[in-house]
Design a protein around this ligand. Structure first.
Ligand code: UDP
Length: 328
């Protein structure tokens, strides 16, 4: 049985990856420090004999007994309001965390896949963004802690690949959505759906003309699965090129949820990218991958999930386990 370590296992993407690798017959070791992740995302796996969980911060030395074939590094706060609250952890998990993962991979002769991001392109001046674009990132802006950690992570991963011969893969993930997102993580989709469910007005930041391209989680997981098993070591974009402005997106959520709330406009956050859309030519070529689930279909599944939340969860202001786990 192949053994895989997934960091950030209790998070949105991490937990979906655990599900996929369990389904494929792997022995899955999940790791998370539970600052932004939640055990409820993994509860259904805890009883399985081919799943185990370590409550551990990957910024610290990682010890895993036994063999390892693969490591997926997905631990990181990933929403702008999260990494504004914990900027130093965000930098540490991207830098010290990947160093530990790469060291572990070298020791175990495991293949590593790292979660990079469309944020490496910053506020892009090239549209759509191909992997060859180097980006437009403000290192000292509020998003710099995330963007630069991820850029460092790519550089470190390449260095371990070229200098130590570690097998590495890099996925650049664009906006992804689906069940298990935290309702109050600040991302636009859970924010709008939460507002609709609570009967509040939908908050569009800026004039709403900025664009994003949303990928359903199952499509992303399929792309990651294919990339891990490919022999391609340069970064690959995985995302859905179907682009939409944020104000149009608010309208879509209003018709999806049938709410009669209106849209209100708030200030645009600093360094908020004006446009974002993946060029997926490379993924199509090297992985024979493209997204299959339309936004309409994906939004319906996601809305059904959010509708199952309890009233308490719907009104909870913050799901982050700050006080319990944060020691800077
Ligand atoms: N946004 C918004 N209203 C909200 C939350 C976000 O208009 O309540 C906007 C945000 O300014 C950005 C876009 O939606 O332009 C996507 O934001 P998100 O935080 O989901 O991710 P980003 O792609 O910016 O990392």
């Amino acid at each position: 049985m192949k053994r895989i370590l997934i960091t950030g296992a209790a998070g949105f993407l991490g937990s979906h990856l655990c599900d996929r690798f369990i389904k494929e017959g792997y022995y899955v070791i999940g790791m998370d420090n539970l600052i932004t992740g939640r055990m409820s995302n993994l509860e259904h796996l805890m009883k399985l004999s081919n799943f185990e969980f370590y409550h551990h911060d990957v910024s610290k030395f990682i010890h895993i007994p036994g063999d390892l074939d693969f490591i997926l590094h997905f631990a990181s706060p990933a929403s702008p309001i999260d990494y504004l609250k914990i900027p130093i952890q965000t930098l540490k998990v991207g830098s010290l965390g990947i160093h530990n993962c790469l060291g572990l991979a070298k020791a175990k002769k495991a293949r590593v896949l790292i979660a990079s991001t469309s944020e490496v392109y910053g506020d892009p001046s090239v549209h759509p963004q191909p992997e060859s674009y180097w980006g437009n990132v403000n290192p000292v802006g509020p998003r710099g802690v995330y963007d630069e950690a991820k850029r460092f992570q790519e550089a470190m991963t390449m260095a371990y690949h070229t200098y130590h011969g570690v097998e590495t893969r890099i996925v650049r993930i664009f906006n992804t959505y689906g069940p298990r997102m935290r309702l109050n993580d600040g991302r636009v989709l859970p924010a709008f759906i939460g507002q609709a469910l609570r009967g509040e007005d939908l908050t569009v930041f800026g004039d709403g003309s900025q664009t994003r391209s949303f990928c359903y989680v199952d499509d992303l997981v399929e792309g990651i699965y294919r990339l891990l098993h490919s022999d391609y070591t340069d970064p690959v974009n995985i995302g859905n090129p179907s682009e939409i402005s944020i104000s149009q997106f608010a309208e879509e959520i209003i018709s999806l949820t049938g709410t009669d709330q209106k849209v209100i406009y708030k200030d645009l956050p600093v360094d908020d990218p004006k446009q974002r859309k993946p060029d997926i030519t490379l993924a199509q070529k090297v992985l024979n991958w493209k997204p299959r689930i339309s936004r309409k279909e994906g939004l319906e599944i996601t809305y059904s999930y959010f509708k199952t939340l309890t009233k308490e969860e719907l009104y909870q202001k913050d799901h982050m386990n700050f006080d319990k786990y944060i020691k800077l």
